[in-house]
Design a protein around this ligand. Structure first.
Ligand SMILES: Nc1nc2c(ncn2[C@@H]2O[C@H](COP(=O)(O)OP(=O)(O)OP(=O)(O)O)[C@@H](O)[C@H]2O)c(=O)[nH]1
Length: 823
């Protein structure tokens, strides 16, 4: 349906007489339509709906209007919407057939700022105007009136200054929102001196209203893809003196509006929306109504043209502002808008009492919280030092109760709802302060119990006999019981604190400590077993290697298998109380196998070192060459076949070298080896080719030496003195022996000689005497040599000069050195 534009813009501008209705003076034109250019006239007393405002000095103030039924209190003080009456009034006003051909204008502003006066003057309505003498608020609720003789619905809205009434701002927010949502043009009426004041200029109200307007009415349209609804905000600045250019006032208001818009939390669907998408802003100024009455009238006339003259560039009722509601549906529409506003919780903002309660409760809570924090700080250092405070739970509870009691004492006198809310907030705040203490205590307790557990375990495992698994269970249970006892007092009521997670962590840590200790225990056990394995492996391997034959390596590996089995059996027996897992057991047993394998290889390596093997071969050779089959040492006789024996023994010994060189058991073991240990395939080659060759060469040398020595032994046994020589000696020396025995002198000398020899022997003087004798002999020899040289150097050495002999000191003839035969 198209709007009936013709019908909309037929507002006459001619003036006519006005009708005075007691409190209401409505300028009336010839046709009964009020005029901007009003004049006063008395009205019959029965038409007076309000008293007082028709004062003599009111002049143009006094609206001379139609009878009371022309106006309608659309929404009363109790916020009830008069839907049915509205319909009747539209009918009375003859507007029911207007379709879209109507406009709606509303006015917002602080109370007693001349809103009703302005509307009456602009539209010829008959809204109540305040009596200058009583100066009481006039407009209550929202009033609706048809403007002049044309289809303009004008809404006079209750003043928006709740502070004056000491009431909450609930209704003014709702009514302002209602105006914004339904009117095409909302006149924001303000004194010039209110411009730039946030509260005075109703900017705070606008902020709330714009905010809710967006969420309540615009989001749905945006989501439905409908075009944005625009409204004209017409700021009318009253009592405009003219000192400040209007443009400056405009920019102040626009800046305030932009600031408000920027501070709004916009719904997601309208995140990027601008103020200009929803509102056009326009301005007008009116001089002082009384002091500049003429200019005021001119201003009113000018402003009125903006509502009437479509050709005016500032024409107000632009088609884009129309809400596109056919007029017969308007009562229902406005009612549903009002219901929607009434149901909106965002508008249920705090009352003054609530605000006061909030302010005071905040103050009281802050004081209580500060005292509480100071009291708690004293406990901080001990906790930071890692202590577990025995009375922390009790202390926290008492400090918190104290703070709440302080708060309750002063704050409970204020608004109950706010008090309860703030108390809950304070409780949360106190709990937030306590939480770090609680957590620190838990941490310290955890650390303390874990270290006590470790200590108890270490002490337990130092005992002569213990059951490791039993120890772990005993001390874990003990630690958890201690944890439960401590934390029972620590968790305060009215908190969401929980210790169950920490308890789980503690148990995990204790078990981890136990695992580490068990690993140490297992390690110690494994080391003991390793030593045992090495000890038990050494002898059998040595025995096997010292008897080289075809089964030698089987015996060596048999000893290894035996050591492995013994180690595994011992491990299982001793690790039974360690609560080891099958995997751990398998790993340890595998490790023991490797240890035994390494021990075997080490032992083999030692026993096949070049020196050891060379001596082993020599011994083997000698066993066969120097001893006969029954183990008796051989004394070689010339008749013996020494060469054959030598070759046999040598070849048998040389045959051992390849036997030692490679492990050749009947059933080779399967050893995979690891980083440090060679596998079976890598280890089975004991001697390299080069070492074998070297060993062979060395052995041959030793064997040859043994052979030569044996040969010499044979020769020396062949060259010894024959026995009959001794018989000859006895026979020939018999007379001399008898002569010595029968001569007392010789016999005495013999006895003395024998006695001296006995003494020398008894007193161990043989050595020194031999030394002395040797030295004396040497001296004598040196002396003799010297004498001989002197003798030979003298002329005629062939015949030594008698003088020379004479010149020498007297030396007994017998003392002359005798040259050795070889000299
Ligand atoms: N100074 C001055 N006074 C005015 C002007 N217009 C109206 N008044 C006076 O202001 C007083 C209040 O006028 P109303 O029109 O009742 O004001 P209102 O804003 O509708 O008042 P409420 O409906 O009670 O909020 C009256 O005494 C008027 O005479 C004006 O332009 N300047």
């Amino acid at each position: 349906m198209e709007r009936d534009e013709e019908a909309v813009h037929r507002m006459p501008v001619e003036t006519g007489p006005s009708v005075v209705t007691g409190a209401h003076k409505v300028p009336v034109m010839a046709s009964g339509i009020p005029s901007a250019d009003t004049s006063e006239a008395e009205v019959p007393p029965e038409t007076v709906t309000r008293t007082a405002s028709a004062s003599a000095d009111a002049g143009h103030d006094v609206a001379i209007g139609l009878a009371q039924p022309n106006r309608l209190q659309l929404i009363d003080e109790d916020q009830h919407f008069s839907g049915a009456l509205f319909h009747d009034h539209l009918s009375q006003w003859g507007m029911l057939e207007a379709g879209f051909g109507y406009d709606i204008c509303a006015v917002l502003g602080s109370q007693s700022t001349g809103k009703s006066t302005l509307l009456n003057r602009l539209f010829g309505t008959n809204f109540d105007v305040m009596d200058d003498r009583a100066r009481q608020q006039t407009t209550k609720g929202i009033w609706l009136c048809r403007g002049m003789d044309r289809n303009v619905l004008v809404m006079d809205v209750e003043g928006t200054d709740g502070r004056e009434r000491g009431e909450d701002q609930d209704f003014e927010r709702k009514s302002a929102l209602f105006s914004l949502a339904t009117a095409e043009c909302v006149i924001v009426n303000m004194w010039e001196n209110q411009v730039g004041l946030f509260q005075g200029a109703n900017m705070g109200l606008l902020k709330t209203v714009l905010d809710v307007n967006l969420t309540l009415f615009q989001v749905g349209r945006a989501r439905a893809g409908a075009p944005k609804e625009k409204t004209l905000l017409l700021f009318v600045i009253r009592d405009y003196i003219g000192t400040t250019p209007l443009a400056n006032l405009e920019s102040t208001i626009r800046a305030d509006l932009q600031r408000i818009w920027a501070s709004l939390t916009k719904p997601e669907a309208l995140a990027g929306a601008e103020l200009g998408d929803f509102f056009d802003v326009s301005f007008s100024a009116l001089p002082h109504k009384v002091l500049q009455a003429k200019e005021f009238d001119e201003g009113i006339a000018q402003l009125q043209r903006r509502f009437i003259d479509r050709s005016d560039p500032q024409y107000v009722f632009q088609t884009e502002y129309h809400k596109r509601i056919p007029i017969d549906g308007l009562p229902h529409y406005l009612e549903s808008v009002w219901e929607q506003i009434m149901q909106n919780k965002d508008l249920d903002l705090p009352t003054q009492q609530e605000l006061l309660a909030q302010f005071r409760c905040d103050e009281i809570a802050a004081a209580a919280a500060a005292a509480f924090a100071a009291a708690m700080t004293a406990l901080r250092s001990a906790l930071d030092a890692g202590q577990v405070l025995a009375t922390l739970g009790v202390d926290m509870a008492s400090h918190r109760a104290e703070a709440l009691a302080v708060f309750d004492k002063d704050a409970s006198r204020y608004h109950r709802g706010v008090y309860a809310r703030k108390r809950a907030d304070l409780l949360l705040q106190l709990n937030a302060v306590l939480l770090p203490f609680f957590l620190a205590q838990l941490k310290n307790l955890h650390t303390q119990l874990a270290s006590a557990f470790q200590q108890a375990m270490q002490e337990g495992t130092r005992r002569a006999s213990y059951n490791f698994g039993g120890l772990v269970e005993e001390h874990v249970t003990h630690a958890l019981a201690a944890f439960d006892a401590e934390t029972q007092r620590l968790v305060l009521p009215d908190t969401d604190w929980s210790v169950s997670e920490e308890r789980v962590h503690l148990e995990e840590d204790l078990r981890a400590v136990a695992r580490t200790l068990r690993a140490d225990e297992t390690q110690k056990l494994a080391v003991r077993l390793e030593k045992d394995i090495r000890r038990h492996l050494a002898e059998p391997i040595e025995a096997a290697l010292s008897e080289p034959d075809a089964g030698m390596w089987d015996r060596v590996l048999g000893a290894w298998h035996e050591a492995c089995d013994r180690g595994a059996a011992l491990y299982r027996e001793r690790a039974a109380h360690l609560n080891t897992t099958p995997d751990e057991d398998a790993a340890t047993v595998g490790r023991l196998h490797m240890v035994a394998w390494r021990a075997l290889l080490d032992r083999v390596q030692e026993s096949t070192s070049e020196t050891v093997l060379a001596s082993r071969l020599r011994a083997f050779f000698e066993d066969r060459f120097r001893y006969d089959a029954s183990g008796v040492p051989r004394v070689w006789k010339p008749s013996d076949d020494m060469d054959d024996a030598f070759v046999q023994a040598r070849d048998a010994t040389l045959a051992l070298i390849p036997l030692y060189a490679t492990m050749q058991p009947e059933t080779p073991p399967t050893v995979a080896g690891d980083e440090d240990t060679p596998s079976w395939d890598e280890a089975r080659r004991v001697l390299s080719e080069r070492r074998c060759a070297e060993l062979g060469r060395r052995f041959r040398r030793d064997a040859d030496a043994a052979y030569v020595e044996a040969k010499r032994g044979t020769v020396s046994s062949m060259t010894q003195v024959p026995w009959w020589m001794y018989v000859v000696l006895i026979v020939l020396g018999w007379n001399e022996a008898m002569a010595v025995l029968h001569s007392p002198v010789y016999f005495t000398l013999l006895c003395m000689l024998l006695a001296s020899a006995y003494v020398v022997w008894r007193m161990n003087l043989a050595g020194p005497m031999l030394t002395v004798t040797t030295h004396v002999a040497k001296e004598l020899r040196a002396l003799g040599e010297q004498q001989l040289r002197v003798y030979l150097d003298a002329p005629g050495t062939a015949h030594p000069a008698p003088r020379a002999t004479e010149a020498r000191p007297a030396v007994p003839e017998s003392a002359e050195p005798r040259l050795p035969a070889s000299f």
